[in-house]
Each structure stands twice: as structure tokens, then as C-alpha cells.
Design a protein around this ligand. Structure first.
Ligand code: PHE
Length: 449
């Protein structure tokens, strides 16, 4: 008998846990910084509303109806609507994409775990140069990075191997409230840091001259990654959802909270950065270098630093569960592999493959496997994995979902699952998935080349 979430609320917590992660707290602020502030934020918000919400609804509804891992669910849905069972290819893509993300996601998530002892040990009382050096030393050390990547995978595996109710549910019930409390404490602190107004201006005052095709595509891509859509992670969580929970309501809630957390993370980080006269355009090192330097100028540097990196660690952990779960469920359902073996086996492989991205920062940093193609001349293994997922797997997966829902799945089956018959909301959603979202996806896809 398939396990289920014990309530709609718990599903909401787990799905928000999947959505809220490194993309919101680590990536969003530096993307805003690198892409000119408000204009990027505006496109991001629009993409969340017009693209991520319809996609989330689609994935969760397909997952609940399919009731299993993405491969099995897709095959079932295709049969039920009388179309080719080859649609199961989406399921394969889903397993491949979630695991590929996990391989490099875990590496960056490992940094946040590494920083907790560093800040507790007084990182922020060091000089600016030393704080910078600390980050450079971390990424230069394959052993330290592999260790923290291992700790992160160990925790993820330990939770996922315990199953839905005993593992993921129990963990998100503790981690998610903790995450929100920490975020609010950090925003409250930022309110008094002296840079709040500048930050508000920076985030919400769009300078349209900064808007170009690249910024738009970046923002759409970020919204996708941030809402965890397109690769069957939400579909797998949807498979554990009881029939009486409203899919559209839950999906919208996930997107709004995800967006809210990204904006709040910006409001927690930028004021401190501005108040200390620093540059928001710090790239991937923004939260690991600029932020500890900014914290150093406050009276509570240890507390703030610890809270911040605990926030990042908790957020990435709850996302990682949803990246490991699809394959563990697939192994269990299709091959009878016990959950505990599946989780440990797959987790170990992810750790091993993840050494590629680990070494991209040190011993293999000059190794550019696709250097013959000018676009990838400088790309490391890490960059290539990131590119493959965000620019190919995610838009491709999302495109397949749109075509399936909009053009292949029987509308009767869809409306039965959504319970929105005759409502204008249904029509809006349906036509977005049929036309608007696939077109936006095509743009992202072509644009990234
Ligand atoms: N949404 C997660 C984040 O913001 C990452 C993720 C992507 C998780 C896709 C699952 C699926 O960090």
C-alpha cells in the first residue's frame, strides 16, 4: 500500500520545502545583484505567476493521478488517455534530471554546512582579507568540500530512507517552521541596519534600461528552478497526496511562499550589504564572502552568521529530499528495492558523481571538457551540469508536461482531478499550459543557446 502525506498541510510544507532552497537564498540575491535589481525581480515575479503556478498545478495533478514515480505515473496517464506509453520518457528524464541536480546542489549545500562551524569559530571577527581567504581556501580544498558534500548527502539519505511519514514529514515539520522563524529574525535585524530603504529601492524599483533578452531568460529560468518545476520532483510528491486536497490552491500557495521567501531573503541580505557600503554584485560568493564581511560590522556577528547559514542548510536539505525521492520510489515500485537500500545506493552514487563538481573548483578547475565548442570554452564540470539541467532538462521536461496536459491528456481526466469544472480559472490555467507556457519555454530554450 502506497504511503500518503498525513494531511494537505504536510504536503504543503514538504512542497514548500522542495521549492524553497539554494535558489531562493543563495542564487536569487546574487542574480538580482548581477542582473540589475528591480527589472530582474519584476520578470521573476511575472514568471512565477504566469508560468510556475500553471506548471505546479500540472505536475501535482499528474502525480496524484499517476500515484507513483514519474516513470510509472507517466505510463499510466498515457495509457489512460489512449496515447503512446513512450511518454514514460518524461519519467526517465525526470530521474536523470533530479539526480544530476542533486550531484551539484549537494556541493553548494555542503558549503552552508561548512560555514556553520566557521562562523561559530568567529569567522566574522577576522579581517576582510581573511574572510575572503577562508572562502577561497574552502573551494580550493577538494577534501574539505568532499567532506561537507558527504555530510549533506548523509543527512539527506538518512531522512529519505525513513519514508514519507517517518522521514520527510517529520523533518519538514521541524525544519520549515525553523526556517521561517530564522528568516523573519534576519529581516527584522536588517530593518534596523540602516540600509533597508536602499534595499527596497534596489529590489522593487525597476530600471527598465537594464532589461534585455538575457535578463528576461535568466529570470524565467530562475523561476523554474526555484519553484522546483519541470522535472517530476513535485509530481512525485503529488503521488502521495490524498484525493480530497485542492491541487490549484496548494500549488498557488507553494509558488507564493517560494516567491515570498526569495524576496524576504533579498530584504534580509541587501540592507546589511548596503549599510556597509558594499557591492551587491558579489556573484556566487555573495552570501559566503560579502555577507560575513557585512555581519562583521555588527555586534551580533556570530549569532547572525550562524542563523543565516543554518537557514541555508535547512532550506537546501528540504529541497534535496525531493531530488532523491523520485528515484528511490522508482526503484522500490518497479524493482522491489527496499527504500533503505535504494536511498543509500543512489545517495552513494550521487556523492561519487558529485566529486566532479567538487573538483571543478580546485584540481579540475582548468579542465573544460567541452572546450571545442566556443560557448563552453571556459565551462567546468560544475558549469556544464548546471547548464544541462537549467537550460536543457528543466525547460524540456516542462515543455513535455505542457504538451501532454494541453494536447494529449483527456480533459475529462484533468477536470476530475482538479475539480474546477466550468470555472474561468480552469480555462485560464488550461490555455496557459496549452499555449503560453510552451512558448515561453521555447524562448528560454532557444535563448540559452
Ligand atoms: N527549488 C529548489 C531550490 O530552490 C531546487 C530544486 C529544483 C528542487 C528542482 C527540486 C527540483 O533550491
Amino acid at each position: 500500500m502506497q504511503q500518503k502525506w498525513s494531511s494537505g498541510w504536510v504536503f504543503l510544507l514538504a512542497a514548500i520545502g522542495s521549492a524553497v532552497g539554494l535558489a531562493n537564498i543563495w542564487r536569487f540575491p546574487y542574480m538580482v545583484g548581477a542582473n540589475g535589481g528591480g527589472a530582474f525581480v519584476l520578470v521573476y515575479i511575472l514568471s512565477m505567476l504566469c508560468i510556475a503556478i500553471p506548471m505546479l498545478i500540472s505536475e501535482v495533478l499528474m502525480g496524484r493521478r499517476g500515484g507513483a514515480d514519474p516513470v510509472y505515473s507517466m505510463e499510466f496517464l498515457a495509457r489512460e488517455s489512449g496515447v503512446s506509453p513512450h511518454w514514460r520518457a518524461f519519467g526517465w528524464l525526470s530521474l536523470l534530471a533530479t539526480l544530476t541536480i542533486l550531484c551539484f546542489y549537494s556541493v553548494i549545500a555542503g558549503w552552508s554546512f561548512a560555514y556553520i562551524p566557521k562562523v561559530l569559530g568567529g569567522l566574522s571577527s577576522n579581517s576582510v582579507e581573511d574572510i575572503r581567504l577562508e572562502y577561497e581556501m574552502l573551494i580550493a580544498s577538494p577534501v574539505e568540500m568532499a567532506f561537507w558534500h558527504g555530510i549533506f548527502m548523509f543527512l539527506t539519505i538518512s531522512i529519505v530512507s525513513r519514508g514519507i511519514q517517518n522521514g520527510i514529514e517529520t523533518a519538514v515539520k521541524v525544519l520549515m517552521p525553523g526556517l521561517f522563524i530564522i528568516l523573519l529574525v534576519l529581516v527584522a535585524f536588517s530593518l534596523y541596519s540602516g540600509g533597508f530603504e536602499d534595499a527596497l529601492n534596489y529590489i522593487f524599483n525597476p530600471d527598465f534600461s537594464k532589461l534585455n533578452v538575457e535578463v528576461v531568460l535568466m529570470a524565467i529560468g530562475s523561476a523554474f528552478f526555484s519553484a522546483s518545476v519541470g522535472i517530476g520532483a513535485m509530481m512525485t510528491y503529488g503521488a502521495y497526496l490524498k484525493p480530497d486536497v485542492s491541487v490549484p490552491g496548494t500549488a498557488a500557495a507553494v509558488a507564493f511562499v517560494d516567491m515570498g521567501v526569495a524576496l524576504l531573503a533579498g530584504l534580509a541580505i541587501f540592507p546589511i550589504i548596503f549599510a556597509n557600503g558594499m557591492d551587491p554584485d558579489g556573484g556566487p560568493g555573495l552570501v559566503f564572502v560579502t555577507l560575513p564581511i557585512a555581519f562583521a560590522n555588527t555586534d551580533y556577528s556570530v549569532l547572525l552568521g550562524t542563523l543565516f547559514f543554518a537557514l541555508l542548510a535547512a532550506a537546501s536539505l528540504t529541497s534535496a529530499f525531493s531530488l532523491l525521492e523520485p528515484t528511490v520510489l522508482w526503484l522500490n515500485k518497479n524493482h522491489g528495492v527496499k527504500r533503505i537500500w535504494g536511498a543509500w545506493g543512489v545517495g552513494l552514487i550521487v556523492w561519487l558523481v558529485g566529486l566532479g563538481p567538487v573538483f571543478s573548483f580546485n584540481i579540475l578547475k582548468d579542465f573544460h571538457p567541452m572546450a571545442t565548442i566556443s560557448r563552453f570554452e571556459e565551462s567546468t564540470i560544475f558549469d556544464l551540469m548546471d547548464f544541462t539541467v537549467t537550460s536543457i532538462f528543466l525547460p524540456l521536461g516542462a515543455f513535455m508536461i505542457c504538451i501532454f496536459i494541453g494536447w494529449r491528456m483527456k480533459t475529462a481526466n484533468i477536470s476530475q482531478e482538479l475539480n474546477l469544472e466550468g470555472s474561468p480559472l480552469f480555462t485560464v490555467w488550461y490555455y496557459s499550459v496549452k499555449f503560453l507556457v510552451p512558448l515561453a519555454l521555447l524562448a528560454v530554450f532557444l535563448g540559452s543557446f
